[in-house]
Write a protein that binds this ligand. Structure first.
Ligand code: NAD
Length: 296
């Protein structure tokens, strides 16, 4: 069992740190927010006065922060105090460029590093069923794997530094585009007098089949566990989908890829967010499509 420092104990980081403790690791944590620190303390973490204090005896450091600037800021602050030969894992979803920079910073301090963004949301963080998409060298990944296994059920080594972030934003670009596609089909079916169930029964067993339809159907009824049956409460908030679509567009521009549907999906989610629906589940985008139709 390891001494783990955990920085960023929010909606995701809090339950992830709690699962490390349940698995027998010793966790020293830090967060800027008092409420997050108190919740982690109640779960059995030792709370340090600063991020630097938290990492002093750590063999493994995990960060779970909002964006690239926070990760680079925190890593710059703590790396000089992390033991040489220790491992640092960033589980935040951030831009590929910042992720690669963070790996370079770690290497300068003799600290092994892995980017390991997650899929599975708060439910997956609580239930230790997250999927981790990892980037880094083989040795760093091998050290990270048993730690990540305490917080998730699928740990995938995607390639070199930054490859985990690349996998995450490519996957979520597919998800954003496919959710809009499925929602457009239901919105069109409504206008054509076709019932939700009839479209679902056909498309779910035909070539239109995809996760956004069969696991996360954007209309109530056909998939009882989808957020559409719970007044579109997240789930996965539209604001987070917009964040990931923005990251995929930044990466696409920097790498010189052509992703026109990804760009359009970003615009559609940006309009939904601007209208005040960032806290709605991302499948609520169907409301936006119906509203567009009403303005025609
Ligand atoms: P959150 O806002 O609940 O938690 C982030 C925490 O970081 C906050 O508690 C904040 O106080 C803390 N923080 C910020 N700057 C800090 C600093 N300098 N030092 C210490 N603590 C600091 O966000 P979250 O939902 O837990 O998301 C965390 C990351 O996980 C994000 O990158 C997000 O995109 C990603 N993610 C979230 C979900 C989800 O469903 N919430 C799903 C997949 C991935």
């Amino acid at each position: 069992m390891a001494n783990v420092a955990f920085i960023g104990l929010g909606n995701m980081g809090g339950p992830m740190a709690a699962n490390l403790i349940k698995a027998g690791h010793k966790v020293s944590g830090f967060d800027l927010a008092a409420a997050s620190r108190d919740a982690a303390k109640a779960d059995g973490a030792t709370i340090a006065a600063t991020a630097v204090d938290a990492v002093k005896d750590a063999q493994v450091v995990v960060t779970m922060l909002p964006a690239g600037k926070h990760v680079l800021g925190v890593w710059s602050e703590i790396l000089p105090s992390i033991a040489k030969g220790a491992l640092i894992i960033d589980c935040s979803t951030i831009d590929v460029e910042s992720s690669v920079k963070a790996h370079e910073l770690a290497a300068k301090h003799g600290v092994a590093s892995v980017d390991a963004p997650v899929s599975g949301g708060v439910g997956g963080a609580k239930g230790a069923t997250l999927t981790f998409m990892c980037g880094g060298d083989d040795k760093a990944f091998a050290t990270a794997k048993p730690i990540l296994e305490a917080m998730g059920k699928k740990i995938v080594h995607c390639g070199k530094a930054g490859a985990g972030q690349a996998a995450k934003i490519c996957n979520n670009m597919i998800l954003g585009i496919s959710m809009i596609g499925v929602s457009e089909a239901f919105a069109l079916a409504e206008k054509l007098g076709l019932s939700h169930q009839a479209l679902f029964d056909v498309a779910s067993t035909s070539s239109g089949q995809c996760w956004s339809l069969t696991s996360y159907c954007p209309v109530p009824g056909p998939v009882p566990t989808s957020p559409a049956n719970n007044d579109y409460k997240p789930g996965f908030a539209a604001a987070l989908m917009l964040k990931d679509l923005r990251l995929s567009q930044e990466a696409s521009k920097a790498a010189g890829a052509a992703t026109p549907l990804g760009a359009h999906a970003e615009e559609i989610y940006a309009a939904f967010d601007k209208a005040g629906h960032g806290g709605t589940d991302f499948s609520g985008i169907i409301h936006h499509l119906r509203e567009l139709a009403s303005k025609r």
